[in-house]
Design a protein around this ligand. Sequence first.
Ligand code: HEC
Length: 219
Amino acid sequence: MNNTKSIVVASLMIGLGLASCNSGSTRRNPGKIYAPDMTYSRAYDAYTANPNFADGQTSRKPISGTVAVGHELPDHMVEGDTNAYKSFTTDMRFNEAELAEGKRLFNIYCGICHGTNLDGQGPLYASGKFAAMPANLNDAKYLHMSAGTMYAAIKYGKNTMGSYASQLDIKQRWMVIAYIKKVQSENGGDAFAFGATGTATPAPVADTAVAATTETAKH
Ligand code: HEC
């Protein structure tokens, strides 16, 4: 009896020992698959070949005319349309909170060069690390610059200034411009034309609306 027991125990141990060796090489077989549709994707993976499309690519381009979220507003002109951009403007009007947001965005993206006072003396230029002087937006040269020209500068960049199109969506670009125009209007620039109508302060709104008409007429 004792002998049989030890033979059984010994063979079990040998069996287990052999099983753990698993023939010494890397185990490639994943074993049983309980949910094959989860193990093997039925969808084509991105960047793989795909017989369903003429170009054989799984990754598709957006359908032509697709407009990205945040870019729904009219913005149809192209780089170099300098004259068209001069008269380009927007119907958007901004309330105090949006102007404050425009200021915040300006200070983040533009202030480093143009300075939070808009004087072109931002820390990057003042440090001497950026050779070209950023536009002094308080200077007479820029006080009456059309909003559309500013828009083109943000969208495409201007000489040594890079494009900010990927950082600011269309509304944000106009909010930044509205903020610049507001500051300029307080420093001898054109009357501010981007203020919201129908806000809590009726009197200035009436003024702004008049200013807006004049401004549009000028373009
Ligand atoms: C890296 C520095 C830098 C940053 C950041 C920068 N600018 Fe400029 N910007 C310049 C320089 C330099 C010029 C002068 C370009 C020239 O006239 O050669 C300029 C010119 C301009 C002009 C005048 C365009 C024209 O047609 O003459 C405007 C408007 C302007 N910037 C707005 C902005 C706004 C708005 C932002 C933020 C979204 C911004 N800039 C961010 C460096 C910068």
